[in-house]
Design a protein around this ligand. Structure first.
Ligand code: ADP
Ligand code: ADP
Ligand code: SF4
Ligand code: SF4
Length: 598
């Protein structure tokens, strides 16, 4: 079985000479595997039953619009859903279980949201049949004798009420009006709104208009609203985006302790530590982004995440990635080829901006080093970098060098930043060299982030993840002395996060500069940072920045404040949150080793 997918946004029949159709060997033999069709606006369709999967059209298309992929042989069943003739195809579904939290992990574009929408009853699966609508009876018949039968029966009988926290929280303000109080009041069927608001720090913004909330505030509000509902199933699509570490852990605790017993709970999440902490079971979605996705069986949470990282699913005997992802245990900065050289130095400093004060401990950054930054929003992280760059003058203390050029990727990347520009123009403006094929920037940065196929697209039309990758590429392509990347992993999946982390490390080393990276995903911070700066205080009022500490010391300082301990998974090296009050948690707290216990 194979899947042929065409990305109709990329396909431009008027500009390509219809090479895909002209060179198809099946067409040349007088049969039809690919032809233009009015059903897709005069663009090509590929007939999977006559196509022999030679891949010639894939190579010939100048816009890389076609993918033809052979499916794993083990896959015997028909699809659950397909978006159009040559659209994305989803096989199998996650199986929610009463009273259990089922975590879902996988690359972007492999059907996680589609699966959630089907299980929420928002999208009726067409069982892969295009042109005829499958009925709910067909769907029930398809699932007869499986665990999902009873689940779908509830949907069909109108008894499945699902409370669904959607992925893109920033879109909510467009169709929901009112204040935080009003929205939570409307959602509050379980009488929990006030307690949730207290726990999530929403009381301080109780009367604020939803349109004025930041991404993190919207995220917390929607999670509180969903938890307040009296539903049969609760779905959370990426609950940790925009939240800092403390908030992520708080949200994870709320989801795992405050929902009613015996309900169906599903969570899609890319922060491995949070997903691991939350889930009882894990299903992995694998496949080819935009082409097809296959949902794995449920595994126990530790095993599921480890299988995902090692790239092999034992129950289905399936390799999903050629090489494993490993986290390396580093107690201090890794040895560089030459002795570390100080790149920047600052004395103890004090900064005042309006009513906000920031105290900075004296410190230094080394050439080729990635300094991780942790701390809540509004605590002075950006202000600190602006001081280093000489844009903000401290009222006390100083930085040794001046006039440094700074390149910045802000936390929130909005499409308006790129209004009227194509992806190509954005990158060319940042650095013309970044697009010269063969140049290092092009191979290491632009291509690794998968940007070449987007070059002609209007940058303001990109999806959240694509926009993030463009903003990271733009910031790193610029020639600068200091780089500040504020949440480079927002909206990216695990593999994309690690790709971005590797690129940041490599560029920093090669250029002999320092990159500061604000990151709230502990696994990624662990992977990327040589040393760590910890920002504490009261957001918006007063911040205190530590000097760059060793990763272990930094994490210890930071996690002690949160009263959370981490251990390492022996198989993959990934950091795992200890359950509160567990033997290890108590032992590590007693020893003062909040991180890195063996
Ligand atoms: P994920 O949540 O894993 O990122 P999605 O379920 O959102 O994946 O999407 C999987 C694929 O299906 C993507 O390639 C996406 O472009 C495509 N897709 C999603 N929704 C639609 C739709 N309404 N029509 C056509 N294609 C869609
Ligand atoms: P972070 O990067 O940690 O989110 P920032 O450094 O951007 O935090 O901001 C810290 C605090 O300083 C915030 O409360 C912000 O509103 C305030 N602030 C930032 N710039 C200015 C300014 N130019 N004038 C007054 N207050 C500012
Ligand atoms: Fe034709 Fe080969 Fe493309 Fe199939 S893969 S449509 S047979 S060119
Ligand atoms: Fe042209 Fe590629 Fe579209 Fe075929 S798929 S019509 S080659 S743009």
């Amino acid at each position: 079985m194979r899947v042929a997918a065409i990305d109709y946004e990329l396909c431009k029949p008027s500009k390509c000479g219809l090479e895909c159709i002209r060179f198809c060997p099946v067409n040349r033999m007088g049969s039809k595997a690919i032809e233009l069709s009015p059903s897709v606006g005069g663009k090509p369709v590929i007939y999977e039953d006559t196509c022999i999967g030679c891949g010639i059209c894939v190579k010939k298309c100048p816009f890389k619009a076609i993918s033809v992929v052979n499916l794993p042989e083990e896959l015997e069943e028909e699809a659950v859903h397909r978006y159009g003739v040559n659209g994305f195809k989803l096989f199998r579904l996650p199986t929610p279980r009463r009273g259990k939290i089922l975590g879902i992990i996988g690359k972007n574009g492999t059907g996680k949201t589609t699966a959630l929408r089907i299980l929420a009853g928002e999208l009726k699966p067409n069982l892969g049949r295009i042109g005829e609508e499958a009925s709910w009876d067909d769907v029930l018949e398809h699932y007869r004798g499986t665990e999902l039968y009873d689940y779908f029966k509830l949907i069909v009988n109108g008894r499945m009420r699902v409370a669904h926290k959607i992925q893109h929280v920033d879109r909510v303000a467009r169709y929901v009006k009112g204040s935080v109080r009003e929205l939570l009041g409307r959602a509050d069927e379980r009488g929990l709104a006030s307690e949730l608001a207290e726990k999530l720090g929403l009381k301080e913004i109780w009367d604020r208009d939803i349109r004025k909330l930041s991404g993190g505030e919207l995220q917390k509000l929607l999670i509180a609203a969903v938890v307040s509902k009296d539903a049969e199933a609760y779905f959370f699509d990426e609950p940790s985006s925009y939240l800092d570490v403390r908030e992520r852990i708080r949200v994870a605790k709320i989801i795992s302790t405050m929902l009613p017993a015996n309900k169906y709970i599903l969570v899609v999440e890319h922060d491995l530590a949070i997903l691991d902490y939350l889930s009882d079971l894990i299903s992995i979605i694998y496949g080819e982004p935009g082409v097809y996705g296959i949902v794995s069986r449920p595994y126990g949470s530790r095993a599921g995440i480890n299988h995902f990282l090692t790239g092999y699913l034992p129950a289905e005997n399936m390799r999903i990635r050629p090489t494993p992802i490993r986290f390396h245990v580093r107690a201090s900065a890794p040895a560089k080829s030459s002795a570390p050289q100080t790149y920047l130095e600052w004395s103890s400093m004090e900064v005042r901006l309006g009513s906000f004060t920031l105290s900075i401990e004296g410190g230094e950054a080394l050439r080729g080093e990635v300094v991780g930054i942790v701390g809540p929003n509004g605590i002075g992280k950006t202000t600190f970098i602006r001081v280093l760059a000489g844009e903000v003058k401290p009222i006390k203390g100083s930085v040794t060098c001046s006039g440094l050029e700074m390149s910045y990727k802000p936390q929130y990347v909005s499409p308006d930043m790129y209004e009227g520009k194509t992806v190509e123009e954005v990158l060319r403006d940042a650095n013309p060299n970044s697009l010269a094929s063969g140049s290092w920037l092009y191979t290491e940065l632009i291509r690794k982030l998968g940007l070449p196929r987007l070059l002609e697209r209007d940058a303001s039309s990109l999806s959240g993840g694509e926009l993030q990758k463009l903003a990271v590429a733009e910031a790193l392509a610029r020639e600068a002395d200091i780089y500040l990347l504020d949440e480079p992993s927002a909206y990216l999946d695990v593999e994309e996060r690690l790709t971005v982390a590797r690129i940041i490390r490599r560029l920093t080393e090669a250029r002999g500069i320092t990159a500061f990276v604000v990151e709230h995903d502990v696994s990624i911070q662990d992977f990327i940072a040589d040393r760590l700066m910890v920002f504490r205080g009261e957001p918006g009022i007063r911040g205190e920045a530590s000097r760059p500490l060793s990763l272990r010391q930094g994490m210890n300082t930071f996690l002690k404040d949160l009263a959370v301990t981490f251990r390492r998974d022996p198989e993959t090296g990934r950091p795992r949150i200890n359950k509160e009050g567990s033997h290890l948690d108590r032992l590590q707290k007693k020893k003062g080793e909040y991180y890195y216990a063996v």
